[in-house]
Design a protein around this ligand. Structure first.
Ligand code: NAD
Length: 484
């Protein structure tokens, strides 16, 4: 039986919040529809949270913290290993939710599961890495050391586009370290987080350690991020919401990691392998129909290969599969919501009206935007600088590595970047001079692993995610001395 046949829409029941290890109806009794982005058909309804629900979830997480913070590494390790085992067992169900809830082509959904497994397994290892230090003391006979402890309740806020990757990552690392979590998933993806909560429970996670409140972030987010019992906010989403959270965290003295938007550059020099560069560029911008933070939405190509590159790249872009999401050949699915579709449409229209050339694409097939390649994009066009978050890419011609670096840095974002070249000097200059949290040479610029410092600079974020980085961010130091 093929994967496509095996993974069918499983049918979805109405979902409540998940608080204290059980489904919990919203205090105000309100629910909102969850739509399948392919045709905007309602697949179920989800609890619409209010500030009261957030407060109950935080009180629960705070209570659970009292005992969970004292749990042993081997206990948390066992839970996280078991969670990975269960995700592997229930892989098809998770894939199905990703296909139906966010319009994920099946290959991208499978990729999320693989990453989720990696994060859970790496988090299991973190439980034994909460080490401290012995410190030399200037005082005779004084033994000095520092020890780490978990910090408390962590607010984890996730975006719609990678609800499994971020849902797992923003929960398993805090849990590995003995913290408790209140998750606010994107209103476009409440089902996935609810299913994740059930998986954790089956894995043996004590009640109250992982809680999920669904609803409209614009209405309930501030209650979560400013609550006195929340010690840290770990947020992935747009730069606009991120900036708002940054200000609140500063005002209310909370730790934060912010993983935000991007407008990532990819440079292709004259000596690059054309085949590799085109393959990398296609993957870097069109995966999940361009709704990826690291998407290479700006491509700078050396002038001597500009024309053949644009021709071949556009031809492949135009041929990307736009069929059934459960067909492994499908790459381009629907844009998640009418709000997001509106932005993609506006960017294309604005570019067209102001004189850009649409080499391929630019039209819609129901809720799907055709892979769209633009040339002749100028700074007056919205698409030049703003994140489109759709399958839209601007290709520019550059004459040298200096110009490629300068143009790459001409952005308020700095998440990921990449260069294709055989010239080690050009590659290293680019690596050292590009203003970006991550940079890849001769490879796709969409990349993530559990133990790397993942994140961006400028408007793309503050802080980094990663096993080491999260141990630093999600634990508290205590300095201890013993006078002998
Ligand atoms: P979004 O900012 O609209 O929403 C993200 C989350 O924030 C949602 O859960 C939403 O409910 C919540 N939210 C809204 N207002 C809030 C408030 N006042 N307080 C607290 N939470 C609030 O983003 P989105 O449209 O879901 O996701 C797309 C964006 O996320 C893009 O900009 C993309 O680049 C970015 N993203 C970044 C990364 C990364 O790792 N850097 C990864 C994935 C997505």
């Amino acid at each position: 039986m093929s994967t496509a046949e095996k993974i069918q829409n499983v049918g979805y029941q109405q979902i409540d919040h998940w608080i204290d290890g059980k489904s919990t109806a919203p205090v105000k009794g309100k629910y909102f529809p969850t739509l399948n982005p392919v045709d905007d058909a309602e697949i179920t309804t989800a609890a619409s949270g209010s500030p009261d629900d957030i407060n109950v979830a935080i009180e629960t997480a705070q209570r659970a913290f009292t005992s969970f913070s004292k749990s042993l590494p081997k206990e948390r390790e066992r839970i996280l290993c078991k969670a990975a085992e269960l995700l592997e067992r229930d892989r098809d169900e998770f894939i199905s939710i990703l296909v139906d809830e966010i319009g994920s082509p099946i290959k991208k959904a499978g990729f999320e599961v693989e990453k989720g497994l990696a994060f859970l397994r790496a988090a299991a290892g973190m439980t034994r890495q909460m080490t401290g230090k012995t410190i030399p003391s200037d005082v005779p006979g004084k033994f000095s050391m520092s020890i780490r402890s978990p910090i408390g309740v962590i607010a984890a806020i996730t975006p719609f586009n990678v609800p499994l990757i971020k849902g797992v990552r923003l929960s398993c690392n805090p849990i590995a370290l003995g913290n408790t979590v209140v998750m606010l998933p994107s209103e476009e993806a409440p089902l996935l987080s609810n299913r994740l909560a059930k998986l954790y429970q089956e894995a043996g996670l004590p009640d109250g350690v992982f809680n999920v409140v669904s609803g409209n972030g614009y209405e309930i987010g501030d209650t979560l991020t400013t609550h006195p019992d929340v010690k840290m906010v770990t947020f992935t989403g747009s730069s606009v919401v991120g900036q708002h959270i940054r200000e609140l965290c500063a005002k209310h003295n909370k730790r934060m990691t912010l993983e935000l938007g991007g407008k990532s550059p990819l440079v292709i020099m004259e000596d690059a392998s054309m085949k590799d560069a085109i393959g990398g560029a296609i993957q870097s911008i069109f995966m999940f129909q361009g709704q990826v933070c690291m998407g290479a939405s700006r491509i700078y190509v050396h002038e001597n290969i500009f024309e053949p590159f644009v021709k071949q790249f556009s031809k492949i872009a135009a041929s990307l599969g736009r069929g059934d999401l459960r067909d492994p050949d499908t790459v381009i699915g629907p844009i998640i919501s009418e709000r997001q579709r509106g932005r993609v449409r506006d960017h294309i229209k604005d570019a067209r009206d102001k004189g850009a050339t649409i080499v391929t694409g630019g039209e819609w097939e129901s809720n799907r935007c055709q892979p769209t390649v633009l040339t002749g994009v100028t700074p007056e066009m919205t698409v030049y600088a703003e994140e489109t978050f759709g399958p839209v890419v601007s290709v520019y011609s550059v004459s040298s590595i200096d110009e490629a670096i300068e143009r790459s840095n001409d952005s308020r974002f700095g998440l990921s970047a990449g260069i294709y070249t055989q010239n080690i000097s050009d590659a290293m200059r680019y690596v050292m001079e590009v203003e970006s949290g991550m940079v890849h040479v001769n490879g796709a610029i969409l990349h993530d692993e559990p133990h790397v410092p993942f994140g961006g600079v400028k408007d793309s974020g503050s802080g980094r995610e990663g096993t080491e980085e999260d141990i630093e961010a999600m634990t508290e130091w205590k300095w201890v001395t013993i006078q002998m």
